[in-house]
Design a protein around this ligand. Structure first.
Ligand code: ZN
Length: 347
């Protein structure tokens, strides 16, 4: 299947951090045709292996399957759902969003509500309504009614946004962080139909809660090199200073030089930059101070694993909907596959 089609399937699937099963099943199905072996480990990371020749480096490619979302915390006696956030999100993006409560039985359509602005006091209207003052309305009449609808404490809640292809090269949808990376992971493995080194394509869990799956998966896989496929925010919207980021959507994959958890190993950066230049792939360099990726955790696993990140520029990450360039996705996969092919020249 095409990269765009896979992105659509992955974006529309739900995998709020800690509840990645729907995405995991999809990943198994989509990775299977290109893998020699596929397993789901004990924490439910997906590991697809393409076996290489003996005595060649082993590379772990990681894309996280989870997305930021909400989780039911309490059910009020009037049938409203109070919630916690699963992953980092600005409280300002939550109010009035359409969401889906993912119960064991069904997906319940819902909206994030608040006390009506009409009756808020002057000073209340000026401040951000914190998430603990918001609630999810499923149209239940009471706590008993909500329970009868199948809701229980701990149920995940995902944003209700459908993928749509729009503009010349862009798509709008939810959870591009990191389903875009998942789609690139599949495409990379597809393009690596012949490779000398062993490639482990891993869909990781709970990245948004602290890079958790990447740590245990990297320990198990024990690769020589780690490469995270993730997204990064962009500065190509009004009000962003060049100092804060120069990354733009549609200008190619961004290579992380530093982020809050990683200074990329110089050899990794050289390997990726050389591959891009030699193949005429436009790329961007990124030095962010906020946010990190699975690469940070992989690099500190066991006795240390040189790791880096190919980041796909995506607008409005960690919010209900974002934009991404399909061309950037294609170039990210191309870069990852070409880099893996020549890994022996570097490691
Ligand atoms: Zn991410």
């Amino acid at each position: 299947m095409s990269l765009g089609k896979n992105l659509e399937l992955l974006s529309n699937a739900n995998g709020v951090a800690g509840r990645e099963d729907e995405v995991r099943n999809l990943m198994v199905e989509l990775l299977k045709p290109y893998a020699d072996e596929i397993t789901v480990d004990r924490l439910e990371n997906v590991i697809a292996v393409k076996k290489g020749k003996k005595d060649t480096p082993k590379v772990m490619l990681a894309a996280h399957m989870d997305e930021v979302g909400l989780m039911v915390k309490t059910i009020t006696k009037d049938g409203f759902l109070q919630f916690t956030k699963m992953g980092g999100m600005d409280d300002r993006v939550l109010l009035a969003q359409k969401v889906k409560v993912l119960t064991e039985k069904a997906q319940l359509p819902a909206v994030v509500g608040s006390k009506p602005p009409h009756i808020q006091k002057e000073e209340e209207r000026k401040k951000v309504i914190q998430h603990d003052e918001l609630f999810i309305d499923i149209g239940a009449a009471s706590r008993e009614d909500a329970k009868a609808m199948g809701v229980k404490v701990g149920d995940p809640v995902a944003f209700d946004v459908n993928y749509v292809k729009t503009g010349k090269d862009t798509a709008l949808g939810k959870a591009f962080d990191d389903r875009a990376g998942c789609a690139v992971l599949i495409e990379t493995l597809k393009q690596l139909n012949h490779t000398n080194c062993t490639v482990c394509a891993v869909g990781t869990i709970q990245e948004e809660l602290g890079l958790r799956g990447a740590g245990t998966a990297a320990f198990g896989v024990d690769p020589d090199v780690g490469l995270a496929l993730d997204v990064t925010f962009t500065g190509d919207v009004p009000g962003v200073r060049e100092f804060d980021t120069t990354v733009k959507m549609g200008k190619g994959p961004a290579l992380t030089v530093t982020d809050s958890g990683l200074v990329t190993h110089p050899k990794i950066l050289r390997w990726l930059m050389d591959t891009a230049s030699q193949n005429g792939i436009e790329y961007q360099l990124e030095t962010g101070l906020m946010g990190t990726t699975d690469a940070a955790r992989m690099s500190l696993t066991r006795q240390g694993i040189p790791s880096g990140t190919i980041s796909i520029p995506a607008r409005y990450i960690h919010s209900p909907a974002g934009f991404i360039s399909i061309k950037d996705l294609e170039n990210s996969a191309k870069l990852a596959a070409l880099a893996v092919r020549k890994i022996q020249d570097y490691f």
